[in-house]
Design a protein around this ligand. Sequence first.
Ligand code: BYC
Ligand code: FE
Ligand code: FE
Length: 482
Amino acid sequence: MAGTINVDYGTSIPNNIGLGDDRRVLKALEKWHPGYLNWWHSMGPEGFQESLVYLRTAVSVDLDGWAKFGYVRMPEYKWGILLAPQEEDRRVPCGEHAGEPAWQDVPGEYRAMLRRLIVIQGDTEPASVEQQRHLGHTAPSLYDMRNLFQVNVEEGRHLWAMVYLLQKYFGRDGREEAEELLRRQSGHADHPRMLGAFNEATPDWLSFFMFTTFTDRDGKMQLEALAQSGFDPLSRTCRFMLTEEAHHMFVGATGVARAIQRTCDVMNEAGIDDPYDVDRIRALGVIDLPTIQKKCNLHFTLSLDLFGSEISTNAANAFNAGIKGRYKENKIDDDHKLVDATYPALRLIDGQIKRVDEPALSALNMRLRDDYVDDCAKGIKLWNNTIKKADIDFEITLPHVAFHRQIGEFASINASPDGKVLSDDEWQAQCDQWLPNKADGDFIDSLMVSEVEPGRYAGWIAPPKVGIDNKPGDFEYVKIDG
Ligand code: BYC
Ligand code: FE
Ligand code: FE
């Protein structure tokens, strides 16, 4: 049987895929492990390596009750290889091989394409840990510190997941790629991470919450598309990763909501109803809503860039090969080949933003991005409900997809958040109102003070409504001194 529900902790690398019987891959992973730990110590969370953190660890891939909570030192976290159970008689869901049995091995003709996608996916996981490495020192509470570290260890596990695929299915070049994944570094001048957003800084906790809201949500969408892969081991790997991903987006969405809650409460207590009365609001030690909107604009647009160009032959080829599907491919009612189909894509035509029908195969990145934007729109409802309940006249909105782009159709133009094409001068005159500037960053930074008393929260953020694993409000989520 290729894979079980429960995880075997008997081998050095916990897994549910019978690694104990696969000496070659087990050995390759054991050889990679010290380099990983070395990376974790030098590029992972700064400090707190001896602290006891109340973490969940996957003990099963059974959707009811797959995780176990307990105190763990991060370097001793059980980074396991976990695949969702094999579906019987699974078929390639899309492209020219649609309907053929799903591949249990790498199809030779698609080897390079598959390797590239797995490497890109793998590269983002440690990148995010690197981006977040300084945040432990300014955690607004032990609850938040624990959530940060939970996200970090799971992104570490996602790296393991991709390294497993590389080592099991790609031989020598897979092993080399696995080494490179530990060598590239977020923001490094000579060997940066592969995708733009993963070389940006995550300088403060509002950025962290925006990142986990928007960039982890790109993770969700890409994993959903790869979970549809005809290469079955990739599909199974991504399916299990998605169960962990939900918590990352929960951390982000509720984190921003709690910052908004606190701002609204403080405004109401002080009798301020104008959300643009920024100086007075900031003087009370909370983040004004217009600044939260700017951070939203930044992280949303950086994440849009992760979908690649609207019109892409890479995307068409991957779909046609059956290597990467659409969001919920198996629920879509069409021929799953898209040979003659069209899709309405936003394009830049004679300097104007227009919607035109394009071959659906070429427009697959755009389509996934549209699904992403819909998902984001649902996500920010929680924020706007919080503002509405506090009776403050303000709404967080998602900017137009042409705004502040570095990849694709709109990289060459300036556009306002409502989608008007602007001259360079018009952009320069207004961009400070739309994106965080140095002064905004300095202000947020000034609020980033660590709060490590159990049950207490920094002044800019409200406590969560419920604890992790139903723990009480004053639970000690991190025992800092171990
Ligand atoms: N930055 O045809 P194009 C996650 C390159 S996040 C730099 O337009 P394609 C996570 C592209 O590589 C999910 N370069 O796009 C979240 C190509 O270069 P080459 C990560 C970029 O290939 C939070 C060229 O431009 N997973 O898991 O269809 C925390 C033309 O490309 C960028 C994946 O992305 C960019 N933004 O699509 C932790 C899934 N965009 O090859 C984790 C795997 C494009 O010509 N990756 N380029 O030199 C993919 O499916 C695709 O590679 C992409 C790009 C969707 C990223
Ligand atoms: Fe991940
Ligand atoms: Fe994630």
